[in-house]
Design a protein around this ligand. Structure first.
Ligand code: NAD
Length: 495
Protein backbone atom coordinates (compact mmCIF):
# COMPACT_ATOMS: atom_id res chain seq x y z
CA UNK A 1 0.00 0.00 0.00
CA UNK A 2 1.35 3.46 -0.83
CA UNK A 3 1.74 6.10 1.89
CA UNK A 4 -1.03 8.16 0.26
CA UNK A 5 -3.44 5.24 0.36
CA UNK A 6 -2.52 4.70 3.98
CA UNK A 7 -3.29 8.34 4.84
CA UNK A 8 -6.60 8.18 3.01
CA UNK A 9 -7.83 4.96 4.60
CA UNK A 10 -6.16 5.01 8.02
CA UNK A 11 -4.67 1.57 7.35
CA UNK A 12 -1.13 0.89 8.60
CA UNK A 13 1.33 0.14 5.80
CA UNK A 14 3.85 -2.73 5.84
CA UNK A 15 7.40 -2.01 7.03
CA UNK A 16 9.83 -2.48 4.13
CA UNK A 17 12.41 -4.19 6.35
CA UNK A 18 9.92 -6.83 7.55
CA UNK A 19 8.77 -7.49 3.99
CA UNK A 20 12.38 -7.90 2.86
CA UNK A 21 13.02 -10.44 5.64
CA UNK A 22 9.91 -12.44 4.73
CA UNK A 23 10.98 -12.42 1.09
CA UNK A 24 14.47 -13.61 2.05
CA UNK A 25 12.84 -16.65 3.69
CA UNK A 26 10.77 -17.25 0.54
CA UNK A 27 13.91 -17.04 -1.63
CA UNK A 28 15.44 -20.04 0.22
CA UNK A 29 12.62 -22.24 -1.10
CA UNK A 30 13.79 -21.85 -4.73
CA UNK A 31 10.19 -22.15 -5.95
CA UNK A 32 9.28 -22.39 -9.63
CA UNK A 33 8.58 -19.32 -11.76
CA UNK A 34 5.12 -20.60 -12.56
CA UNK A 35 2.56 -22.86 -10.96
CA UNK A 36 0.33 -21.78 -8.09
CA UNK A 37 0.64 -18.05 -7.46
CA UNK A 38 0.80 -16.94 -3.82
CA UNK A 39 -0.30 -13.38 -3.01
CA UNK A 40 0.11 -11.07 -0.03
CA UNK A 41 -3.45 -10.42 1.21
CA UNK A 42 -2.43 -7.02 2.60
CA UNK A 43 -1.38 -5.66 -0.80
CA UNK A 44 -2.52 -8.15 -3.43
CA UNK A 45 1.14 -8.39 -4.50
CA UNK A 46 2.37 -11.66 -6.07
CA UNK A 47 5.03 -13.03 -3.72
CA UNK A 48 5.91 -16.49 -5.04
CA UNK A 49 4.90 -19.54 -7.00
CA UNK A 50 4.79 -23.12 -5.73
CA UNK A 51 4.50 -26.31 -7.80
CA UNK A 52 1.06 -27.22 -9.10
CA UNK A 53 1.28 -31.00 -8.83
CA UNK A 54 -0.82 -33.40 -10.84
CA UNK A 55 -2.61 -36.33 -9.16
CA UNK A 56 0.01 -38.67 -10.67
CA UNK A 57 2.83 -36.63 -9.11
CA UNK A 58 1.00 -36.69 -5.78
CA UNK A 59 0.68 -40.49 -5.89
CA UNK A 60 4.37 -40.78 -6.79
CA UNK A 61 5.22 -38.59 -3.78
CA UNK A 62 3.04 -40.84 -1.60
CA UNK A 63 5.05 -43.84 -2.80
CA UNK A 64 8.35 -42.13 -1.98
CA UNK A 65 7.15 -41.26 1.53
CA UNK A 66 5.88 -44.78 2.08
CA UNK A 67 9.18 -46.32 0.96
CA UNK A 68 11.04 -44.15 3.47
CA UNK A 69 8.55 -45.12 6.19
CA UNK A 70 9.77 -48.64 6.90
CA UNK A 71 13.15 -47.67 8.30
CA UNK A 72 11.64 -44.69 10.18
CA UNK A 73 9.18 -47.03 11.94
CA UNK A 74 12.10 -49.27 12.90
CA UNK A 75 14.07 -46.43 14.52
CA UNK A 76 14.01 -46.31 18.29
CA UNK A 77 11.51 -43.96 19.91
CA UNK A 78 14.52 -42.10 21.36
CA UNK A 79 15.94 -41.51 17.88
CA UNK A 80 12.64 -40.16 16.58
CA UNK A 81 12.36 -37.97 19.67
CA UNK A 82 15.84 -36.56 19.11
CA UNK A 83 15.10 -35.67 15.48
CA UNK A 84 11.94 -33.87 16.61
CA UNK A 85 13.93 -32.02 19.30
CA UNK A 86 16.39 -30.96 16.57
CA UNK A 87 13.51 -29.76 14.41
CA UNK A 88 12.08 -27.79 17.31
CA UNK A 89 15.45 -26.11 17.90
CA UNK A 90 15.74 -25.11 14.23
CA UNK A 91 12.17 -23.78 14.11
CA UNK A 92 12.90 -21.65 17.17
CA UNK A 93 16.18 -20.42 15.66
CA UNK A 94 14.29 -19.40 12.50
CA UNK A 95 11.23 -18.24 14.48
CA UNK A 96 11.41 -14.56 13.58
CA UNK A 97 11.74 -15.32 9.86
CA UNK A 98 8.89 -17.80 10.01
CA UNK A 99 6.67 -15.26 11.78
CA UNK A 100 7.31 -12.74 9.00
CA UNK A 101 6.67 -15.37 6.37
CA UNK A 102 3.34 -16.33 8.01
CA UNK A 103 2.34 -12.70 8.16
CA UNK A 104 3.34 -12.08 4.54
CA UNK A 105 1.38 -14.96 3.04
CA UNK A 106 -1.57 -15.06 5.44
CA UNK A 107 -2.01 -11.45 6.58
CA UNK A 108 -2.06 -11.74 10.38
CA UNK A 109 -0.27 -9.10 12.49
CA UNK A 110 3.37 -9.90 13.23
CA UNK A 111 2.69 -10.13 16.99
CA UNK A 112 0.09 -12.83 16.30
CA UNK A 113 2.38 -14.59 13.84
CA UNK A 114 5.00 -14.74 16.61
CA UNK A 115 2.28 -16.25 18.79
CA UNK A 116 1.61 -18.84 16.12
CA UNK A 117 5.32 -19.70 15.98
CA UNK A 118 5.19 -20.36 19.72
CA UNK A 119 1.97 -22.38 19.43
CA UNK A 120 3.10 -24.28 16.32
CA UNK A 121 6.54 -25.15 17.67
CA UNK A 122 5.00 -26.27 20.97
CA UNK A 123 3.51 -29.25 19.10
CA UNK A 124 6.95 -30.27 17.85
CA UNK A 125 8.41 -30.06 21.35
CA UNK A 126 5.41 -31.83 22.89
CA UNK A 127 5.61 -34.76 20.44
CA UNK A 128 9.40 -34.93 20.79
CA UNK A 129 8.61 -35.59 24.44
CA UNK A 130 5.71 -37.97 23.72
CA UNK A 131 7.66 -40.00 21.13
CA UNK A 132 9.35 -41.97 23.91
CA UNK A 133 5.97 -42.82 25.47
CA UNK A 134 4.21 -44.78 22.71
CA UNK A 135 2.01 -46.53 25.28
CA UNK A 136 0.83 -50.12 25.56
CA UNK A 137 -0.73 -52.37 28.14
CA UNK A 138 -0.47 -55.73 29.80
CA UNK A 139 -3.14 -57.67 31.59
CA UNK A 140 -3.86 -61.27 32.50
CA UNK A 141 -7.06 -62.71 30.98
CA UNK A 142 -9.77 -63.05 33.64
CA UNK A 143 -9.81 -66.86 33.37
CA UNK A 144 -6.05 -67.00 33.89
CA UNK A 145 -5.48 -68.89 30.63
CA UNK A 146 -3.62 -66.14 28.81
CA UNK A 147 -1.65 -62.94 29.10
CA UNK A 148 -2.81 -60.09 26.90
CA UNK A 149 -0.11 -57.74 25.69
CA UNK A 150 -1.26 -54.58 23.91
CA UNK A 151 1.09 -52.69 21.61
CA UNK A 152 0.72 -49.49 19.64
CA UNK A 153 2.23 -49.60 16.15
CA UNK A 154 2.59 -46.74 13.64
CA UNK A 155 -0.53 -46.70 11.49
CA UNK A 156 1.37 -46.14 8.24
CA UNK A 157 1.32 -43.50 5.51
CA UNK A 158 -0.64 -40.45 6.67
CA UNK A 159 -2.15 -37.90 4.27
CA UNK A 160 -2.46 -34.51 5.96
CA UNK A 161 -4.57 -31.70 4.49
CA UNK A 162 -4.36 -28.27 6.13
CA UNK A 163 -6.17 -24.91 5.86
CA UNK A 164 -4.72 -21.43 5.36
CA UNK A 165 -5.55 -19.79 8.68
CA UNK A 166 -2.65 -21.14 10.80
CA UNK A 167 -0.06 -22.12 8.17
CA UNK A 168 2.55 -23.33 10.69
CA UNK A 169 0.48 -24.66 13.57
CA UNK A 170 -1.94 -26.69 11.46
CA UNK A 171 1.04 -28.40 9.80
CA UNK A 172 3.07 -29.11 12.95
CA UNK A 173 -0.02 -30.26 14.88
CA UNK A 174 -0.27 -33.12 12.35
CA UNK A 175 3.32 -33.75 11.17
CA UNK A 176 4.87 -33.92 14.66
CA UNK A 177 2.60 -36.65 16.11
CA UNK A 178 2.77 -38.62 12.84
CA UNK A 179 6.58 -38.62 12.94
CA UNK A 180 6.64 -39.34 16.68
CA UNK A 181 4.43 -42.39 16.11
CA UNK A 182 6.72 -43.60 13.29
CA UNK A 183 4.60 -42.73 10.24
CA UNK A 184 5.59 -41.34 6.82
CA UNK A 185 3.70 -38.23 5.73
CA UNK A 186 2.26 -36.59 2.64
CA UNK A 187 1.07 -33.07 3.42
CA UNK A 188 -1.02 -30.83 1.18
CA UNK A 189 -1.07 -27.23 2.41
CA UNK A 190 -3.77 -24.75 1.35
CA UNK A 191 -3.02 -23.01 -1.95
CA UNK A 192 -3.34 -19.57 -0.31
CA UNK A 193 -0.55 -20.21 2.23
CA UNK A 194 1.76 -23.05 1.18
CA UNK A 195 5.09 -21.27 1.80
CA UNK A 196 5.29 -21.73 5.58
CA UNK A 197 4.79 -25.50 5.23
CA UNK A 198 7.54 -25.75 2.62
CA UNK A 199 9.84 -23.70 4.86
CA UNK A 200 9.09 -25.75 8.00
CA UNK A 201 9.59 -29.08 6.18
CA UNK A 202 12.88 -27.82 4.73
CA UNK A 203 14.01 -27.30 8.34
CA UNK A 204 12.73 -30.77 9.32
CA UNK A 205 15.04 -32.32 6.73
CA UNK A 206 17.94 -30.20 7.98
CA UNK A 207 17.08 -31.50 11.46
CA UNK A 208 17.52 -35.14 10.40
CA UNK A 209 14.11 -36.20 9.09
CA UNK A 210 14.90 -38.55 6.17
CA UNK A 211 14.55 -36.63 2.92
CA UNK A 212 11.65 -38.61 1.41
CA UNK A 213 9.75 -39.23 4.65
CA UNK A 214 7.76 -35.98 4.60
CA UNK A 215 6.47 -34.99 1.17
CA UNK A 216 4.86 -31.62 0.58
CA UNK A 217 2.48 -31.55 -2.39
CA UNK A 218 0.77 -28.35 -3.47
CA UNK A 219 -1.97 -28.48 -6.05
CA UNK A 220 -4.68 -26.29 -7.47
CA UNK A 221 -6.95 -29.32 -7.96
CA UNK A 222 -7.51 -30.59 -4.45
CA UNK A 223 -10.50 -32.75 -5.45
CA UNK A 224 -8.42 -34.69 -8.00
CA UNK A 225 -5.59 -34.89 -5.46
CA UNK A 226 -7.72 -36.47 -2.75
CA UNK A 227 -9.52 -38.84 -5.15
CA UNK A 228 -6.19 -40.18 -6.43
CA UNK A 229 -4.20 -40.23 -3.21
CA UNK A 230 -6.86 -41.57 -0.85
CA UNK A 231 -7.51 -44.53 -3.14
CA UNK A 232 -3.83 -45.53 -3.16
CA UNK A 233 -3.51 -48.74 -1.14
CA UNK A 234 -0.38 -47.50 0.67
CA UNK A 235 -2.32 -44.74 2.42
CA UNK A 236 -3.62 -45.75 5.86
CA UNK A 237 -4.71 -42.47 7.39
CA UNK A 238 -6.19 -39.10 6.46
CA UNK A 239 -6.11 -36.12 8.78
CA UNK A 240 -7.93 -33.01 7.62
CA UNK A 241 -8.48 -29.54 9.04
CA UNK A 242 -10.91 -27.36 7.18
CA UNK A 243 -14.58 -26.85 6.49
CA UNK A 244 -17.29 -29.39 7.31
CA UNK A 245 -18.48 -29.83 3.67
CA UNK A 246 -14.95 -30.75 2.50
CA UNK A 247 -14.60 -33.01 5.55
CA UNK A 248 -17.72 -34.92 4.53
CA UNK A 249 -16.33 -35.41 1.01
CA UNK A 250 -13.06 -36.71 2.40
CA UNK A 251 -14.86 -39.12 4.74
CA UNK A 252 -16.71 -40.54 1.73
CA UNK A 253 -13.43 -41.01 -0.14
CA UNK A 254 -11.81 -42.49 2.97
CA UNK A 255 -14.58 -45.05 3.27
CA UNK A 256 -13.40 -46.78 0.07
CA UNK A 257 -10.23 -48.14 1.70
CA UNK A 258 -11.57 -47.79 5.26
CA UNK A 259 -8.93 -45.21 6.24
CA UNK A 260 -8.47 -44.04 9.80
CA UNK A 261 -9.75 -40.49 9.71
CA UNK A 262 -9.21 -37.41 11.86
CA UNK A 263 -11.42 -34.45 11.00
CA UNK A 264 -11.00 -30.99 12.53
CA UNK A 265 -13.91 -29.16 10.94
CA UNK A 266 -15.91 -25.98 11.21
CA UNK A 267 -17.26 -24.30 14.31
CA UNK A 268 -19.94 -21.85 15.42
CA UNK A 269 -18.74 -21.11 18.94
CA UNK A 270 -21.16 -19.62 21.46
CA UNK A 271 -19.65 -17.22 24.02
CA UNK A 272 -21.72 -16.71 27.17
CA UNK A 273 -21.21 -13.72 29.47
CA UNK A 274 -23.19 -13.86 32.72
CA UNK A 275 -24.09 -10.86 34.88
CA UNK A 276 -21.68 -12.13 37.55
CA UNK A 277 -18.66 -12.20 35.19
CA UNK A 278 -15.51 -10.19 35.91
CA UNK A 279 -16.33 -7.41 33.43
CA UNK A 280 -12.79 -6.62 32.28
CA UNK A 281 -11.85 -10.28 31.89
CA UNK A 282 -15.03 -10.89 29.90
CA UNK A 283 -14.30 -7.95 27.58
CA UNK A 284 -10.69 -8.97 27.05
CA UNK A 285 -11.62 -12.63 26.63
CA UNK A 286 -14.30 -11.75 24.09
CA UNK A 287 -11.91 -9.57 22.10
CA UNK A 288 -9.37 -12.40 22.04
CA UNK A 289 -11.94 -15.10 21.19
CA UNK A 290 -13.42 -12.92 18.45
CA UNK A 291 -10.50 -11.08 16.88
CA UNK A 292 -7.63 -13.55 17.21
CA UNK A 293 -6.42 -14.23 13.68
CA UNK A 294 -8.79 -11.55 12.40
CA UNK A 295 -11.72 -13.74 13.43
CA UNK A 296 -10.49 -16.42 11.00
CA UNK A 297 -10.32 -19.18 13.55
CA UNK A 298 -12.41 -22.32 13.83
CA UNK A 299 -12.82 -21.67 17.56
CA UNK A 300 -13.55 -17.95 17.05
CA UNK A 301 -16.53 -16.64 19.06
CA UNK A 302 -19.39 -16.63 16.58
CA UNK A 303 -22.46 -15.97 18.73
CA UNK A 304 -21.96 -13.67 21.72
CA UNK A 305 -24.71 -14.04 24.32
CA UNK A 306 -24.71 -11.46 27.14
CA UNK A 307 -27.02 -11.56 30.16
CA UNK A 308 -29.40 -8.60 30.24
CA UNK A 309 -28.11 -7.05 33.49
CA UNK A 310 -24.77 -6.06 31.93
CA UNK A 311 -25.58 -6.25 28.21
CA UNK A 312 -25.85 -2.48 27.51
CA UNK A 313 -22.61 -1.71 29.27
CA UNK A 314 -20.85 -4.72 27.71
CA UNK A 315 -21.91 -3.94 24.13
CA UNK A 316 -20.93 -0.25 24.49
CA UNK A 317 -17.50 -1.10 25.92
CA UNK A 318 -16.82 -3.77 23.28
CA UNK A 319 -17.70 -1.24 20.57
CA UNK A 320 -15.38 1.38 22.12
CA UNK A 321 -12.48 -1.11 22.15
CA UNK A 322 -13.20 -2.34 18.61
CA UNK A 323 -13.24 1.23 17.30
CA UNK A 324 -9.71 1.81 18.68
CA UNK A 325 -8.17 -1.25 17.02
CA UNK A 326 -5.42 -0.45 14.53
CA UNK A 327 -6.08 -2.10 11.17
CA UNK A 328 -3.42 -2.63 8.54
CA UNK A 329 -0.77 -4.81 6.96
CA UNK A 330 0.37 -7.66 9.21
CA UNK A 331 3.95 -6.53 8.68
CA UNK A 332 3.18 -2.94 9.69
CA UNK A 333 4.27 -1.44 13.04
CA UNK A 334 1.44 -1.50 15.56
CA UNK A 335 -1.09 -3.39 13.45
CA UNK A 336 -3.64 -5.17 15.64
CA UNK A 337 -5.98 -6.49 12.95
CA UNK A 338 -4.57 -7.67 9.62
CA UNK A 339 -6.03 -8.39 6.21
CA UNK A 340 -8.57 -11.13 5.57
CA UNK A 341 -7.44 -13.94 3.32
CA UNK A 342 -9.08 -12.74 0.09
CA UNK A 343 -11.61 -10.38 -1.47
CA UNK A 344 -14.33 -13.03 -1.18
CA UNK A 345 -13.99 -12.95 2.58
CA UNK A 346 -14.38 -9.15 2.61
CA UNK A 347 -17.51 -9.35 0.44
CA UNK A 348 -18.87 -12.05 2.74
CA UNK A 349 -18.35 -9.82 5.83
CA UNK A 350 -20.22 -6.98 4.14
CA UNK A 351 -23.02 -9.38 3.22
CA UNK A 352 -23.23 -10.62 6.83
CA UNK A 353 -23.37 -7.06 8.19
CA UNK A 354 -26.01 -5.91 5.69
CA UNK A 355 -28.14 -8.98 6.33
CA UNK A 356 -27.98 -8.56 10.14
CA UNK A 357 -28.90 -4.85 9.85
CA UNK A 358 -31.84 -5.68 7.59
CA UNK A 359 -33.02 -8.13 10.26
CA UNK A 360 -33.00 -5.46 12.95
CA UNK A 361 -29.46 -5.48 14.40
CA UNK A 362 -27.84 -2.24 15.59
CA UNK A 363 -24.39 -1.30 14.26
CA UNK A 364 -22.14 -0.15 17.13
CA UNK A 365 -18.74 -0.19 15.38
CA UNK A 366 -17.20 -0.82 11.96
CA UNK A 367 -19.43 -2.30 9.31
CA UNK A 368 -17.27 -1.42 6.30
CA UNK A 369 -14.33 -2.49 4.16
CA UNK A 370 -11.53 -0.27 2.81
CA UNK A 371 -10.63 0.85 -0.69
CA UNK A 372 -7.45 -0.50 -2.27
CA UNK A 373 -5.89 -3.80 -3.20
CA UNK A 374 -5.66 -5.29 0.32
CA UNK A 375 -8.49 -7.36 1.81
CA UNK A 376 -9.45 -5.41 4.93
CA UNK A 377 -12.65 -5.26 6.93
CA UNK A 378 -13.19 -3.06 9.97
CA UNK A 379 -13.70 -4.61 13.42
CA UNK A 380 -17.46 -4.65 13.66
CA UNK A 381 -19.92 -4.88 16.56
CA UNK A 382 -23.55 -5.73 15.88
CA UNK A 383 -25.98 -5.66 18.81
CA UNK A 384 -29.50 -7.14 19.12
CA UNK A 385 -28.73 -9.67 16.39
CA UNK A 386 -31.73 -11.69 15.30
CA UNK A 387 -31.38 -15.49 15.50
CA UNK A 388 -32.48 -15.67 11.86
CA UNK A 389 -29.52 -13.50 10.74
CA UNK A 390 -26.82 -15.30 8.75
CA UNK A 391 -24.19 -14.48 11.39
CA UNK A 392 -26.17 -16.52 13.93
CA UNK A 393 -26.19 -19.72 11.88
CA UNK A 394 -23.05 -19.58 9.75
CA UNK A 395 -19.38 -19.57 10.64
CA UNK A 396 -18.44 -15.86 10.36
CA UNK A 397 -14.65 -16.28 9.90
CA UNK A 398 -14.01 -12.55 10.15
CA UNK A 399 -13.97 -9.62 12.60
CA UNK A 400 -17.70 -9.30 13.29
CA UNK A 401 -18.97 -9.58 16.88
CA UNK A 402 -22.66 -10.51 16.91
CA UNK A 403 -24.38 -9.88 20.26
CA UNK A 404 -27.72 -11.19 21.51
CA UNK A 405 -29.11 -10.74 25.04
CA UNK A 406 -30.38 -13.53 27.29
CA UNK A 407 -32.12 -13.82 30.65
CA UNK A 408 -31.70 -17.32 32.04
CA UNK A 409 -29.12 -20.10 32.00
CA UNK A 410 -31.56 -22.59 30.44
CA UNK A 411 -32.53 -20.14 27.72
CA UNK A 412 -28.95 -19.42 26.68
CA UNK A 413 -27.90 -23.08 26.77
CA UNK A 414 -30.82 -23.88 24.46
CA UNK A 415 -29.57 -21.29 21.98
CA UNK A 416 -25.91 -22.23 22.38
CA UNK A 417 -26.52 -25.91 21.62
CA UNK A 418 -28.96 -25.29 18.77
CA UNK A 419 -26.38 -25.95 16.03
CA UNK A 420 -24.92 -28.90 14.17
CA UNK A 421 -21.43 -27.67 15.17
CA UNK A 422 -19.73 -28.48 18.48
CA UNK A 423 -16.11 -27.34 18.44
CA UNK A 424 -15.65 -24.65 21.12
CA UNK A 425 -17.68 -22.63 23.59
CA UNK A 426 -16.85 -19.96 26.18
CA UNK A 427 -18.28 -19.15 29.60
CA UNK A 428 -17.61 -16.01 31.63
CA UNK A 429 -18.85 -16.14 35.23
CA UNK A 430 -17.25 -15.61 38.63
CA UNK A 431 -19.47 -18.29 40.12
CA UNK A 432 -17.44 -21.50 39.92
CA UNK A 433 -20.48 -23.78 40.19
CA UNK A 434 -22.27 -21.95 37.42
CA UNK A 435 -19.21 -21.81 35.15
CA UNK A 436 -18.56 -25.54 35.48
CA UNK A 437 -22.22 -26.56 35.24
CA UNK A 438 -22.70 -24.48 32.10
CA UNK A 439 -19.44 -25.84 30.64
CA UNK A 440 -20.70 -29.39 31.29
CA UNK A 441 -23.93 -28.64 29.45
CA UNK A 442 -22.32 -27.02 26.38
CA UNK A 443 -22.20 -29.56 23.53
CA UNK A 444 -18.64 -28.77 22.45
CA UNK A 445 -15.25 -30.48 22.59
CA UNK A 446 -13.53 -27.37 24.00
CA UNK A 447 -14.65 -24.83 26.61
CA UNK A 448 -12.79 -21.65 27.52
CA UNK A 449 -13.72 -20.68 31.09
CA UNK A 450 -13.07 -17.01 31.83
CA UNK A 451 -10.62 -16.89 28.95
CA UNK A 452 -10.73 -16.53 25.18
CA UNK A 453 -7.76 -18.56 23.91
CA UNK A 454 -8.08 -22.16 25.14
CA UNK A 455 -5.72 -23.88 22.66
CA UNK A 456 -2.60 -25.57 24.00
CA UNK A 457 -0.30 -28.28 22.63
CA UNK A 458 -0.91 -30.27 25.83
CA UNK A 459 -4.70 -30.21 25.35
CA UNK A 460 -6.76 -32.63 23.20
CA UNK A 461 -8.19 -30.19 20.62
CA UNK A 462 -11.25 -31.32 18.69
CA UNK A 463 -14.99 -31.18 18.30
CA UNK A 464 -18.20 -33.11 18.73
CA UNK A 465 -21.23 -33.25 16.41
CA UNK A 466 -20.34 -32.10 12.88
CA UNK A 467 -17.21 -30.29 14.05
CA UNK A 468 -15.15 -33.40 13.68
CA UNK A 469 -13.64 -36.70 14.69
CA UNK A 470 -10.52 -37.33 16.74
CA UNK A 471 -8.23 -35.05 18.72
CA UNK A 472 -5.01 -33.14 18.06
CA UNK A 473 -2.46 -32.28 20.74
CA UNK A 474 -1.93 -34.06 24.07
CA UNK A 475 -1.31 -37.82 24.25
CA UNK A 476 -4.58 -38.36 22.36
CA UNK A 477 -3.00 -36.69 19.32
CA UNK A 478 -0.34 -39.42 19.15
CA UNK A 479 -2.98 -42.19 19.28
CA UNK A 480 -4.47 -40.81 16.05
CA UNK A 481 -1.36 -42.16 14.27
CA UNK A 482 -1.15 -45.51 16.05
CA UNK A 483 -2.94 -48.78 15.53
CA UNK A 484 -3.60 -51.00 18.50
CA UNK A 485 -2.76 -54.68 18.32
CA UNK A 486 -2.67 -57.33 20.99
CA UNK A 487 -0.80 -60.57 21.50
CA UNK A 488 -2.69 -63.30 23.29
CA UNK A 489 -0.02 -65.38 25.05
CA UNK A 490 -1.36 -68.73 26.13
CA UNK A 491 -0.56 -69.67 29.76
CA UNK A 492 -0.66 -73.21 31.03
CA UNK A 493 -2.16 -72.91 34.47
CA UNK A 494 -0.09 -74.67 37.13
CA UNK A 495 -2.60 -74.36 39.94
P1 NAD B 1 -11.50 -25.62 3.19
O1 NAD B 1 -12.28 -26.79 3.67
O2 NAD B 1 -12.02 -24.89 2.02
O3 NAD B 1 -10.02 -26.05 2.81
C1 NAD B 1 -9.16 -26.70 3.71
C2 NAD B 1 -8.12 -27.47 2.92
O4 NAD B 1 -8.76 -28.48 2.19
C3 NAD B 1 -7.34 -26.66 1.90
O5 NAD B 1 -6.02 -27.16 1.84
C4 NAD B 1 -8.06 -26.95 0.61
O6 NAD B 1 -7.23 -26.80 -0.52
C5 NAD B 1 -8.39 -28.40 0.83
N1 NAD B 1 -9.50 -28.94 0.05
C6 NAD B 1 -10.62 -28.34 -0.39
N2 NAD B 1 -11.37 -29.22 -1.07
C7 NAD B 1 -10.72 -30.41 -1.03
C8 NAD B 1 -10.97 -31.72 -1.54
N3 NAD B 1 -12.08 -32.01 -2.22
N4 NAD B 1 -10.06 -32.68 -1.31
C9 NAD B 1 -8.94 -32.41 -0.61
N5 NAD B 1 -8.64 -31.22 -0.11
C10 NAD B 1 -9.52 -30.23 -0.31
O7 NAD B 1 -11.33 -24.69 4.44
P2 NAD B 1 -10.54 -23.32 4.54
O8 NAD B 1 -11.41 -22.25 3.97
O9 NAD B 1 -9.15 -23.44 4.02
O10 NAD B 1 -10.44 -23.17 6.12
C11 NAD B 1 -11.46 -22.66 6.86
C12 NAD B 1 -12.27 -23.78 7.50
O11 NAD B 1 -11.43 -24.61 8.27
C13 NAD B 1 -13.29 -23.26 8.47
O12 NAD B 1 -14.51 -23.95 8.34
C14 NAD B 1 -12.67 -23.54 9.83
O13 NAD B 1 -13.59 -23.65 10.88
C15 NAD B 1 -11.95 -24.80 9.56
N6 NAD B 1 -10.88 -24.98 10.54
C16 NAD B 1 -11.04 -25.94 11.48
C17 NAD B 1 -10.07 -26.13 12.44
C18 NAD B 1 -10.24 -27.19 13.49
O14 NAD B 1 -9.25 -27.54 14.10
N7 NAD B 1 -11.41 -27.72 13.71
C19 NAD B 1 -8.91 -25.34 12.43
C20 NAD B 1 -8.77 -24.37 11.44
C21 NAD B 1 -9.78 -24.21 10.49
Amino acid sequence: MSTTAQQETGLIAATAQHVAEADAAIATLHGPTQGIAVHDPASGQLIAHVPDSTPEQAVAAARRADAAGTSWAEQSPRHRAQVLHNWYALLIEHGERIAKLISREMGKPLAEARGEVKYGTDFVRWYAEEAVRPGGNFQPAPDGGADILTRRAPIGLAVLITPWNFPLAMATRKIAPALAAGCPVLIKPATATPLTTYYAVQLAIEAGVPEDLVQVVSTSDSAAFSTAVLSDPRVRKVSFTGSTPVGRTLLELASKNVLRSSMELGGNAPLLVFDDADFERAIEGTIAAKLRNGGQSCIGANRIYVQSGIADEFAAELARRFARIQVGAGLGEGTELGALIDSRAVAQMQGFTDDALEKGAQLLAGGHGYPGAGHFYAPTVLDHVDPAAQVSGQEIFGPIAAIRRFNTEDEVLGWANDTEFGLAGYVFSQDLDRALNVADRLQTGIVGINQGVPSNAAAPFGGVKQSGLGREGASEGLEEYQSIRFYNISRRTTH
